[in-house]
Ligand binder design. Structure first.
Ligand SMILES: Cc1cc2nc3c(=O)[nH]c(=O)nc-3n(C[C@H](O)[C@H](O)[C@H](O)COP(=O)(O)OP(=O)(O)OC[C@H]3O[C@@H](n4cnc5c(N)ncnc54)[C@H](O)[C@@H]3O)c2cc1C
Length: 668
């Protein structure tokens, strides 16, 4: 959704044209869509970033070389009373999913039946996270994620429907930024079963919101706005009756304008759902191409104020991001079950395949990684629920890590299943075999690495926080636009900071062989995390000194820094959880140990490749590739026809397409 940047300061919180440029260095942000420079794109993203830290953050400290185990240990407890209420709901949901939902039919027909929408509405599933005061169930993050995992295990399309509705659709931004009047007006409708969607992406706006072209022109009588634009790939967009739409209010005299979030009635005049899009996976997804032509939106429907749209989107995602990993954890559990049963039964070369080392290794990876992903997610949810910690880095880490790891798990599962892994569930069933939809899970999971922040963007977003301490002290030193005076002042500030900070990275608890002894067999892993955290901070510091202002372009380096942080976070989390649950689940200490041993191997490889890699030759090669130097290599195949553009343009005006919206009749 957004990018990271090291350039500062961000001149304007709104993503629109600043009233007055702040300071001498700030370039004005793009006031309208079109060609947007890299610098402007960064400034828009930077302005949307939450820059303050009111509460402690385990992840932030970790990247600074400070292993604050006390922030996650003891394992946070959930509220027993709320858990009991949620269990009752989860029981009803499980019953409904098992008896009334046919995941295979949703896949075959590429459609979630009306009755399933209605059944979910009756259960209250569209109001899982909505406060009971507005008719919702008021589930905690932990229980909400469990519900998503359950639903996603029967049909990932249902998981995506519920998650897009609740985590990025209308309920979450209203919960965080809505006025009491807005909550009263919209939340009861949603809790009762109306579906919502979140519309940011446009044909020309993916990872870069600075290009946003949908406009919201204030009406002359001051009562509202007229929206014009085209929104691409809105999950639930064909069925939603309430939409969150991101549109740009033009700046004018006395008006900052900027990217703004609106609640829009899905049936408002001027809206056309022009297409339902189809994908590699998630065949049941109701995903739209939606056109807005002079759509009137009353001013009362602005969320959080003009110009606050991107900040709202990003803040919403702080906890909203937890829902995708929930689906990934569910996929891990499901894969483990299939892998275990199949590998024990299938005999080749005189042994169950699970006993051949090449397959055994994959089984161990699936089990350990599922435990690791589940633990990271559980921890993030618990931390979010008890509201003591800031979890924005941890939630981003778990989204990044779980989406990457679940993909590897699904790939390994296909390999373990051999030819049957590539066969559809329907085809397996037709031959009288158990219909395990393994190829489907691979297809369905793939999108998690792309939406709600692609892996590349998550790397940058987290790296931005990881290097923030350096930027806050050294920002002007590395800012090419800063004058000599500012550079000198920043140099003095940086000297004081680093004189204090650097020595703390040389020694730490992890060097004492008795440290963390209370964790028994897991103590060594915690010592490793402590040492690695300091090494990570030292590496980041060296990189900052070496590359300075160019650091922002070292995406491969930054990506590895973030990946190491994710592994360390996961290692610490599994040790704390397994230790806390050792009496009830002694076997989980083994899983935690297994996970940490595997993670250490990955961390070591990542540390090595921080400095020993082909990054610069790859970048140079890519330049030549882009210039067409090796185009001959592409000969000998038939390539896609070149008669259509890669990205379609759009022009304002009424729609010429047939409306394909789908409306779910109310439940009888
Ligand atoms: C099934 C599906 C459902 C979706 N649901 C929604 C929805 O409900 N609402 C909504 O608003 N959108 C939705 N999206 C859009 C989704 O969020 C975008 O696809 C995503 O943000 C990536 O944008 P893009 O596809 O335009 O890729 P691009 O931004 O064009 O990126 C192309 C590639 O370049 C990389 N890249 C881009 N910028 C940088 C950079 N600065 N540095 C390094 N790498 C970079 C990307 O990671 C990617 O690999 C959905 C998409 C799909 C396919």
């Amino acid at each position: 959704m957004t990018t990271t940047q090291n350039s500062r300061p961000a001149p304007d919180e709104s993503g629109g044209v600043p009233e007055r440029p702040t300071g001498g260095t700030a370039a004005p942000l793009p006031g309208e869509a079109g060609q947007v420079s890299e610098k402007e794109a960064r400034q828009v993203a930077e302005a949307a970033r939450e820059s303050t830290w009111d509460r402690p953050s385990f992840g932030k400290e970790l990247f600074l070389g400070r292993f604050r185990l006390d922030l996650i240990n003891p394992w946070p407890r959930s509220d027993a009373e709320a858990d009991a209420r949620a269990e009752e709901f989860l029981g009803r949901l499980r019953e409904f999913l098992t008896t009334e939902v046919d995941g295979a039919a949703i896949e075959r027909d590429a459609r979630i039946p009306d009755e399933v929408f209605q059944g979910l509405a009756r259960l209250g599933a569209f109001g899982m996270k909505i406060d009971p005061a507005y008719g919702g169930l008021g589930l905690s993050n932990l229980q909400y994620c469990r519900a998503l995992m359950l639903a996603g295990s029967v049909s990932p399309a249902i998981g995506a429907l519920l998650s897009a509705h609740q985590s990025i659709g209308v309920p979450q931004p209203l919960k965080l930024f809505g006025s009491p009047e807005q909550k009263q007006r919209f939340l009861p409708r949603l809790a009762a079963g109306e579906v919502s969607a979140f519309l940011l992406t446009e044909p020309d706006v993916g990872s870069d919101p600075a290009r946003l072209a949908t406009t919201a022109e204030p009406t002359e009588d001051g009562t509202g706005y007229r929206l014009n634009g085209v929104k691409l790939w809105a999950t639930n967009g064909t069925v939603a009756t309430l939409l969150v739409v991101m549109a740009r209010v033009p700046a004018a005299d006395g008006r900052r304008g900027g990217i703004t979030a609106f609640v829009v009635d899905g049936d408002a005049e001027g809206i056309t759902v022009e297409r339902r899009n189809e994908f590699l996976g998630l065949r049941g997804l109701e995903n739209s191409l939606t056109r807005f032509h002079d759509v009137f939106v009353p001013k009362e429907n602005v969320i959080g104020g003009e110009g606050k749209g991107l900040k709202i989107a990003l803040t919403t995602l702080n906890t909203g991001r937890l829902s995708l990993p929930a689906m990934c954890v569910g996929a891990g559990k499901w894969s483990l079950n299939v892998a275990r049963e199949w590998s024990a039964e299938r005999v080749q070369w005189g042994r169950p395949v699970g006993e051949h080392e090449a397959v055994a290794q994959k089984l161990a990876f699936i089990a350990a990684t599922t435990y690791g992903m589940e633990t990271m997610l559980d921890l993030c949810c618990r931390l979010a629920d008890d509201d003591r910690n800031d979890i924005r880095i941890e939630a981003a880490l778990v989204k990044l890590y779980a989406s990457e790891m679940a993909w590897r798990i699904a790939d390994d599962l296909i390999q373990i299943r051999g030819g049957r892994g590539y066969e559809t569930a329907e085809s397996l069933a037709a031959r009288g075999e158990r219909p395990a939809a393994v190829e489907q899970i691979l297809r369905d999971l793939r999108i998690n690495r792309i939406f709600e922040g692609s892996t590349e963007i998550m790397h940058l977003l987290i790296a931005r926080e990881a290097v923030d301490a350096h930027l806050s002290v050294a920002g002007d030193i590395i800012d090419p636009d800063a004058g000599l005076g500012r550079k000198a002042r920043a140099g003095a500030r940086a000297g004081v900071f680093y004189a204090k900070w650097l020595p703390t990275l040389a020694v730490g608890r992890g060097q004492s062989p008795r440290a963390y002894a209370e964790f028994g067999p897991l103590a060594g892993h915690l010592r490793q995390v402590e040492r690695a955290s300091r090494k990570l901070a030292r590496s980041t510091f060296y990189a900052m000194s070496r590359w300075q202002g160019r650091m922002e372009r070292k995406q491969a380096f930054l990506g590895r820094v973030v990946d190491i942080g994710a592994e360390l976070f996961a290692m610490a989390a599994v040790c704390v959880r397994a230790h806390a649950e050792r009496d009830d689940h002694p076997e989980n200490v083994e899983l935690a140990d297994l996970f940490c041993r595997q993670a250490r191997v990955r961390v070591d490889a990542l540390f090595t490749s921080l400095w020993d890699n082909t990054d610069s030759v790859d970048v140079a090669a890519a330049k030549r590739i882009l210039a067409g130097r090796y185009a001959d290599l592409e000969s000998g195949v038939i390539t896609p026809p070149a008669d259509l553009p890669w990205v379609t343009g759009w022009s304002a005006g009424p729609s010429t397409a047939t409306d394909v919206r789908r409306r779910i009749p109310p439940s009888r």
